[in-house]
Write a protein that binds this ligand. Structure first.
Ligand SMILES: [Fe+2]
Length: 277
């Protein structure tokens, strides 16, 4: 058994964003449309969510993308500071990037994992796996360089091949496989698929449909959902509300018997395992 917390869509902003000018300013304002750009408020929301995660006594935390508003280096430093402030053990966190983490600069996620988030690279680099109790968490990046008007995702060939290998290997080991990614593995309605869908989602669906012992945790939609990947009850797909929008953004799941089940956050812990110092 393992207990996994899930948060998503932090959209963190750097304290000095008001110093931005020109294209960098316009990019931030466009991406934040409809939300106040208040670095302190977004930090406070993230800290409340992380403190809640620490109270829940889970074994692992998954953060499914849009960690930052537009992916400048200073915003990844803010995330690093927040995770530090919450005293969460880096070995027990899987971070994956979303489309927002890739707008400012190509290769931003690789730079973040080599820089301010280096202590999370072992659990969060594309396609790496982390064993958590009877489960294994797989980090999948769907972040791609694209114009601001688009919010698509894509799993590159390297990660797709690694995912196929991971599903087969850990299926044989009898483990539950938890795939963490920003975009959900399904077709978005109508033109939304072109605007913000996961390109080539059919390949992942076909791969995962054969593995009832797997589940996907994702963000991007900014709302909680729980549905089957295909016709069968398993594998299932879960999404989390956005930390930047929701007052109750933490989801918790329990793994066991090759299944991932959502828990009510208020349920008592059946066992103790410390995530935070
Ligand atoms: Fe988002």
């Amino acid at each position: 058994m393992a207990r996994i917390a899930h948060i998503s869509d932090l959209h963190l902003v750097e304290d000095t964003h008001h110093l931005r000018r020109g294209a960098a300013r316009l990019r931030l304002e466009y991406l934040s449309a409809g939300r106040t750009i208040d670095a302190r408020e977004r930090w406070d929301r993230v800290m409340r969510a992380l403190r809640r995660v620490c109270e829940l006594e889970v074994d692992h935390l998954v953060v499914t993308g849009d960690l930052t508003e537009d992916g400048v280096g200073a915003q990844f430093e803010v995330l690093s500071d927040a995770l530090d402030a919450a005293a969460i053990d880096p070995a027990r966190v899987t971070l994956v990037p979303g489309n927002h983490d890739a707008y400012a600069q190509e290769g931003a996620w690789a730079r973040a994992l080599a820089g301010p988030l280096a202590r999370f690279a072992r659990t969060s680099a594309p396609a790496v796996t982390t064993v958590v109790g009877d489960a294994v968490v797989v980090a999948i990046s769907t972040a791609v360089a694209q114009p601001l008007l688009l919010a698509q995702g894509e799993i590159d060939a390297f990660q797709m091949a690694k995912l196929a290998h991971t599903l087969d290997r850990f299926h044989r080991d009898g483990r539950t496989i938890v795939v963490a990614q920003h975009h959900g593995p399904e077709r978005r309605p109508g033109a939304m698929q072109w605007l913000d869908g996961l390109r080539g989602y059919e390949r992942q669906r076909a791969l995962m449909a054969e593995h009832a012992n797997a589940a996907v945790l994702h963000g991007h939609t900014h709302r909680a959902a729980d549905r089957p990947l295909d016709g069968a009850e398993h594998p299932r797909v879960f999404s989390a509300p956005a930390v930047v929008d929701s007052d109750d953004p933490v989801r918790v799941y329990e793994t066991g018997d090759g299944r991932v089940r959502p828990l009510s956050a208020s349920r008592d812990a059946a066992f103790r395992a410390r995530l935070c110092a």
